[in-house]
Each structure stands twice: as C-alpha cells, then as structure tokens.
Design a protein around this ligand. Structure first.
Ligand SMILES: Nc1ncnc2c1ncn2[C@@H]1O[C@H](COP(=O)(O)OP(=O)(O)OP(=O)(O)O)[C@@H](O)[C@H]1O
Ligand SMILES: [Mg+2]
Length: 278
C-alpha cells in the first residue's frame, strides 16, 4: 500500500488530513480489459472466450495466422465493429475499469480515448495540415491560434515535418505510402488518445520506413498504451512488451514477448513462432 499526496486542487471538499488517499500497490495497472468476450457477425462466431488485460503504458502485439480474429478483436476495443452489419458481442470490454459498451457511452468520445491507425494509409481528402487538425477541430481540443503549433509538433513527433513543412496546404495524396501512414499516425496522436490501436501499420512499407515507424512507436510508451497487430514476427519481438497469440478465434497464449517467442507454453504458439505454421 502506498500513500500518495493529494493534488492541491483535488478533493478539497472531502479529503481529510488524517485520511490520505490510499491506492493499492497494484502489480501493474491495466488499461483495457476484455472479459469473456465473444463476438461475431450474424450466425458466425469469430471470437470466443477472450479474456485479456492490456497493460497501461506498454506495447502489446497481437499475432496469429490470417483469419484468426486479430483485426476483429482490435476493432472491438473502440467499437469499430458496431457499424458492421449483423455484428453482435457478448461479454465486455473495459477501459480504465468502465465498460465501453455501457449505455450512454458516446462513440466519438470513446474514439478520442482509443485511437486507431489502419493497415492502409487513409488520409482524409483535405490538406496535410487539415488532416492533423481534423480531430482537433471536431473535438474542440484547441483554439485556432494554436493550430499551427499543433501541426508542427505532431508532424515533428512522427518525423515528417522536414519532408512536408513547405507543403502543408497540399494534398496528402502526393506523399509516399510511408509518409501517408506517418501522417495518419500524427493525425491519430493529435487528439491525445490514451490507447492507440495499430492494425499492421507497416505491412505495405519498406524496411527503412518500417524501422522508423517502429522507433517512433517505441517513443510513445509509456505515455500511451499501444496494441499492434502484426504479421511481422521480428517486429513483434522488437517492439512489444507482451505478445498475444490468436488462433482460430481464440486467444491461445499471452505473456511477456520473450517468453512467448522463446518458451511458448502451447504447441500452436510454438508452431507459429517458429514458422512451422503460416
Ligand atoms: N464483417 C464480417 N462479416 C463476416 N465475417 C467477417 C467479417 N469481418 C471478418 N470476418 C471473418 O472473421 C474472421 C477473422 O477475421 P479478421 O479480419 O479478424 O482476421 P485477422 O486475424 O485480422 O486476419 P489477417 O491476418 O488476414 O488480417 C475471418 O474468418 C473473417 O472472414
Ligand atoms: Mg487483420
């Protein structure tokens, strides 16, 4: 048990000097939790029996063969499946202990907290600066006089500033694929998410751009919690703290990345991480 001082402005009405705020010395805090999650579309069950704690401030990699449900699971963490026809789910997903499926949860607010970058870069059809500012404006995160600074800071953060500083008002579609993906990453970061979901963000990029993105993603933790789907096992080993192996719609194994790769507990995991199953 640890006692932490109350911030000067917090809880002044209820806190008493003889009652310091006590927090349990939790082993590590959890950001997102899947609890007995099952989901599917119509009569098809895609994922079942899913229980997972995503630790705060870490990078969790989701690996597994094609069709094993990685993307479907990732998209359930900010309710991107909701709009898919005949989608259903059982169980729950908690963000900081609260259900994201609870009545009254606003999807826009949820997606501000849990951002996403997709496999294919998807810049909006507006200027480069406009892309960075789209969410900032929609969520009224900053006033107009801060826009320029935000654009520069976010583009610098992803290492894109030098390449685009002289064409901020141009279309993003003149950028290379890797640059477009960095722009999408900057756009996702601009709204200040707590959790960032990355679905194979480097699968269409060359090794150098991939390495740059991996290095940049590492700099985002522990301020952010990251969940990344990847088919690139080297990437999972390089950047993730923990790895989860999916197979046929089930979470077969999860653990420290080094353990999952070097000492997998389950035979399917061993076959996959050694390249005997594709
Ligand atoms: N909208 C949908 N309607 C019906 N089935 C779907 C839908 N979306 C996904 N599926 C099915 O769910 C299963 C899991 O798909 P998902 O995209 O989650 O796999 P994945 O592990 O991300 O695969 P990959 O590595 O190829 O990206 C697949 O069998 C897929 O056909
Ligand atoms: Mg996928």
């Amino acid at each position: 048990m640890t006692s932490i001082p109350m911030p000067a402005s917090a809880g002044s009405k209820t806190a008493r000097a003889d009652m310091p705020l006590i927090v349990e010395a939790a082993p590590r805090s959890v950001s997102v939790q899947a609890k007995d999650l099952a989901l599917g579309f119509g009569s098809a069950t895609i994922l079942s029996d899913l229980n997972l704690d995503v630790r705060k401030g870490e990078i969790t990699a989701l690996i597994g063969p094609t069709g094993s449900g990685k993307t479907t699971f990732l998209r359930s963490l900010n309710r991107m499946n909701d709009k898919v026809a005949k989608h259903w789910h059982q169980g729950d997903v908690l963000l900081e202990g609260a259900s994201i499926y609870a009545p009254g949860v606003q999807l826009m607010a949820l997606r501000r907290r849990v951002g996403m970058v997709f496999q294919r870069p998807n810049p909006f059809p507006m200027s480069i600066a406009g892309n960075i500012l789209a969410g900032v404006k929609a969520h009224r995160i900053a006033s107009k006089d801060h826009y320029r600074d935000i654009v520069e800071a976010r583009l610098r953060e992803v290492g894109l500033w030098d390449a685009v500083s002289n064409r901020l008002n141009s279309s993003p579609f003149s950028l290379s694929g890797g640059q477009q993906q960095l722009l999408c990453l900057a756009r996702a970061l601009a709204i200040g998410p707590e959790v960032l979901l990355l679905d194979e963000p480097t699968s269409s990029l060359d090794p150098v751009t991939t390495e740059n993105i991996e290095a940049m993603v590492r700099t985002l933790v522990p301020a952010l919690t990251i969940v990344i789907v990847t088919h690139n096992l080297g990437q999972a080993r390089r950047i993730s703290d923990r790895t989860v192996f999916f197979y046929q719609g089930k979470m077969v194994e999860s653990g420290e990345t080094s353990q999952v790769f070097e000492d997998p507990k389950e035979p399917e995991t061993a076959r996959y991480v050694t390249g005997r199953m594709g």
